[in-house]
Design a protein around this ligand. Sequence first.
Ligand SMILES: [Zn+2]
Length: 233
Amino acid sequence: MKLQETLLNTAETKNGHEKEEIESIGDEHVSTSKETPLRSDAFDLTDEEKIQKIEHHFTEIMKTMGMDLNDDSLKGTPHRVAKMYIKEIFEGLNPENKPLIKLFENKYKYGEMLVEKNITVNSHCEHHFVPITGKAHVAYISNGHVIGLSKINRIVRYYSKRPQVQERLTEQIAEALKNILKTEDVAVVIDAHHMCVSMRGIEDKDCSTITSHFSGDFKKNDTLRNEFLRYTS
Ligand SMILES: [Zn+2]
């Protein structure tokens, strides 16, 4: 009896610690991997099947919160939320929605950095599912290839449309650009507001979070990096 009690207590404490650790990962906004953690069956269901399933579960969430879904204003909400998750704000989870990027030859032989700044970032914190909004500044130096300017915005948008952690978003954009442009000379800076910091928890409305990724010449060459930072600040 005693032994069993001890075992139970140990198990409870262990679960308590695990829960505490999981909660603190969320509150400190720590990311655990560069890749978005996806299940192996992530795309077994069609979008329509996912929407139906989320609609069902969101109905339960609203009912549990005590909301009356017979009300005209509320009855369409579970379907709207489900559709918005799959077709809009989290569509970047599905590789089928990855933008197709065409490479062009760098005909002008432009050898300086190309900077695309103030790109809108509309993402969601994966710990609280509330918005992260801000700006991304991106630069690269051509290695013989260039891409259409709006394609940089499309890459930022694609990776933003996932439940995210800002550090991972920064890395994913940088890695995508390096792969597409076949160069290491890439810089990404994101300056963003987290609703989970401004409207809950510490409730600080004015602070923003800055993350960066510098590689190739942007990492090695201080003058180059400072030039980029001067253009974007
Ligand atoms: Zn958060």
